[in-house]
Structure formats: structure tokens, C-alpha cells
Design a protein around this ligand. Structure first.
Ligand SMILES: N[C@@H](CCC(=O)N[C@@H](CS)C(=O)NCC(=O)O)C(=O)O
Length: 214
């Protein structure tokens, strides 16, 4: 398998976590998202993914885009250890937590969205940072409340084992810290990430642990 990704891309980070949890080897094909390289906009990469987004997994003659589709593909092709609980109601809860991040927080703060706020909309860096912090804060407030209602174990987003939702929260927390969002109010999320980041599968997936970061 080959993974097109970028070391600081949180969507790529999610997939790296899932690959590590399942003990799967994967060749990394680095796509530098930084201007002026903007590798995601090259004709070569757009031929791989017309959306111009990473990650993309290539498995044999299959090309799979979208991090959650990739992780569910890995889950179905390599079921152990499971990243989704067995019971349908529990699976739905885990997916709901993951989708709250992947659909309702992350896309609003994607690089292309931030760039559009700057040009052509003309917002300055203070306004862009406020936008960024706003959507992470709203998302994290809702997640904290979900965890409070459900009674989190303080180490996982759902139940007592690592799930898909854990592979989503750690990269999102990384983004929040990187962009200096105040995460102090989110004690449960911080505690969960603090635990997960100590696990080898998560530590080896961290942006700083990637070759491009060296
Ligand atoms: N929903 C997509 C999001 C992918 C995505 O937004 N990737 C970002 C990096 S985290 C990207 O490639 N951004 C390039 C850009 O904004 O131009 C997924 O989950 O895979």
C-alpha cells in the first residue's frame, strides 16, 4: 500500500494512526501542501485525486480518497484490532464522534478555506485566527458535553478501547495546539489525548515523528 500524505495534515495523521494500530506497513508519498510548492494542486497529484486533498491510499489498482473511507477500508480488510465496536448502536456512536470532527470542525479550518478568507475575501491574520479558534472551540465544547453525558473513562473517546473516534481527536487536538487555540477548558479531551499520545501507534504517527519533519 502507498499513502499520499503530508506530515502536518491531520487527515493524513488519522490514517497513519489507523495503519499503525493495525500493524500495517505502508509506503509514504509526501505531498508538500506548503506554498509555493502546493503539491496538492499539481497536475500529477490532481490525476490521483481531483479534489486536490490528502490523504489518498493506493492499494494495488485501487485508489481511495477521504480519510474516513480509507480507515473503514482498512477496518474491513484488516479487522484486527477492531476500531469500531461490535454492536450497531455503539458503532453509530463512535462514527458520530468521528464525524463531528471530520465533517463539522476540520473542513472549516482547512488550508484552502483559510486561504480563501485571506484572498479574495480580504480578511487579515487576526480574523483568520479568530475563525480558526471559533470552529475548534464550538466543536470541542460539544464533544466535551457528549463525553460528560456518556461518562468517559478519561482515556478514550468511547468505551474502554481505542476506536476510530480516538484516531480523529488526537490530530484535531494537535491542530488546535499548533494554531494556539485555548484548549484549557477541554479537560476531558486533553486527558484523553494525553493518554493516547503515549501509545506507540499514536506516537509513531505524530507529525514530528515523520521523515519530512526531520
Ligand atoms: N475530508 C477529507 C479532508 C482532507 C483534507 O482536507 N486534507 C487537507 C490536509 S489535512 C488538504 O489536503 N488540504 C489541502 C488544501 O487545503 O489545499 C478527508 O478526511 O480526507
Amino acid at each position: 500500500m502507498k499513502l499520499y500524505g503530508y506530515f502536518r495534515s491531520s487527515a493524513s495523521y488519522r490514517v497513519r494512526i489507523a495503519l499503525n494500530l493495525k500493524g500495517l506497513g505502508c509506503e509514504t508519498l509526501a505531498v508538500d501542501l506548503r506554498a509555493p510548492v502546493s503539491g496538492q494542486r499539481t497536475a500529477q497529484f490532481l490525476a490521483v485525486n481531483p479534489e486536490g486533498l490528502v490523504p489518498v491510499l493506493v492499494d494495488g489498482d485501487r485508489t481511495i480518497t477521504q480519510s474516513l473511507a480509507i480507515i473503514e477500508y482498512l477496518e474491513e480488510t484488516h479487522p484486527e484490532p477492531p476500531l469500531l465496536p461490535r454492536a450497531p448502536a455503539d458503532r453509530a456512536q463512535v462514527r458520530a464522534l468521528a464525524l463531528a470532527i471530520a465533517c463539522d470542525v476540520h473542513p472549516l479550518n482547512n488550508q484552502r478555506v483559510l486561504n480563501y478568507l485571506r484572498t479574495p475575501l480580504g480578511h487579515d491574520e487576526a480574523a483568520v485566527s479568530a475563525w480558526y479558534a471559533h470552529w475548534i472551540t464550538r466543536g470541542f465544547e460539544a464533544l466535551e458535553e457528549q463525553l460528560r453525558r456518556r461518562g468517559s473513562d478519561g482515556r478514550h473517546m468511547y468505551g474502554g478501547t481505542v476506536t476510530l473516534a480516538d484516531a480523529l481527536i488526537v490530530p484535531q487536538m494537535y491542530n488546535a495546539r499548533r494554531f494556539k487555540v485555548d484548549v484549557a477548558p477541554f479537560a476531558t479531551l486533553r486527558g484523553i489525548c494525553g493518554h493516547l499520545e503515549t501509545l506507540p501507534a499514536f506516537a509513531r504517527a505524530a507529525p514530528e515523528a515523520q521523515r519530512e519533519a526531520q
